[in-house]
Design a protein around this ligand. Structure first.
Ligand SMILES: Nc1nc2c(ncn2[C@@H]2O[C@H](COP(=O)(O)OP(=O)(O)OP(=O)(O)O)[C@@H](O)[C@H]2O)c(=O)[nH]1
Ligand SMILES: [Mg+2]
Length: 265
């Protein structure tokens, strides 16, 4: 592990790793981008921050590339007399149309890591063409991986976990690049057994059976079988951008998934 860690930073010919953070609104993307960037810098890595969220007001990091230089949601609202959702849809369509141009500008940003922050409304980014187009553009430049954020604070029950994993699985299918998931806000997790739920299918099934019986329970049980292969493919990483716990585990997960030797592709 240490050999891999150091060789990443001291192999000057290696292409940067582009890490794209995607997750539901408020799941902690921006805060994690900043925390991971700081962690990498502290460990000797050269990091550049990329902001692809045209709706964000302030970022806690200084972006080397900022989509807001080209357009912002606010400006589109004014110019095209749209509401915030309409303007965000328009913004995502512009991002898709100009994805090759933006990817090529991003490719000029120097660093071992390009950390890419994405819009709050991840469903617009992922399920319209902006996400897939940008991902295609980025993948032609360098190794690109998606880190999907699961807001640990919002997982109250096994069905919540299945629901959030259905979303992760849909993103994975849409974006078609190496993909890992992390549970965020580990410092304020609602369930202490989240790791076990994610790693032990029998335990997950038992807990689902304890939930309210009915059609929904049957559906969740059935669905857990479809979602489980996604869960099982990687170890569960719990991360806190506030305390910094788990950043090292997330880093090795990212490295394993982008490395030729990895089995998470
Ligand atoms: N306790 C705790 N709070 C966190 C953590 N990471 C983020 N938050 C909080 O969660 C909220 C949302 O964080 P952001 O980083 O803005 O989340 P985001 O996914 O970028 O949000 P959008 O871009 O608006 O979708 C903020 O209040 C953060 O302070 C964490 O690790 N622990
Ligand atoms: Mg954000």
């Amino acid at each position: 592990m240490f050999k891999n860690f150091f060789s990443r930073f001291f192999n000057s010919t290696a292409l940067p790793i582009q890490v794209v953070f995607i997750g539901p609104a408020g799941s902690g993307k921006t805060t994690l981008v900043k925390a991971y960037g700081d962690w990498l810098s502290k460990n000797g890595g050269k990091v550049c921050f990329i902001n692809l969220d045209p709706g964000v007001e302030k970022t806690p990091y200084s972006p080397s590339f900022d989509i807001r230089i080209f357009f912002t949601v606010e400006e589109i609202m004014r110019r095209e007399s749209l509401g915030p959702n309409g303007a965000m849809i328009r913004a995502m369509d512009i991002l898709a149309e100009r994805s090759m141009e933006f990817a090529s500008l991003i490719s000029m940003m120097e660093g071992d890591y390009r950390l890419i922050d994405t819009p709050g409304q991840s469903e617009l980014f992922v399920f319209r063409s902006a996400g897939p187009e940008i991902m295609r553009g980025l993948s032609t430049i360098s190794r690109t991986i998606v880190v999907f954020l699961i807001d640990g604070q919002l997982v109250y029950s096994p069905s919540d976990l299945i629901a959030v994993f259905s979303l992760a699985a849909a993103c994975r299918l849409r974006l078609n690049v190496p993909f890992v998931h992390v549970v965020t806000k580990a410092d304020v997790l609602k369930r202490s057994d989240i790791e076990r739920l994610m790693q032990e299918p029998e335990y997950l099934e038992e807990r689902i059976l304890e939930e309210e019986k009915g059609l929904l329970q049957e559906y969740v049980l059935e669905h857990s079988k479809t979602v489980y292969p996604f869960l099982r493919r990687q170890r569960t990483v719990l991360v806190s951008a506030i305390s910094g716990s788990g950043l090292d585990l997330m880093d090795s997960l990212i490295h394993d998934a982008t490395c030729e030797c990895g089995d998470l592709r």
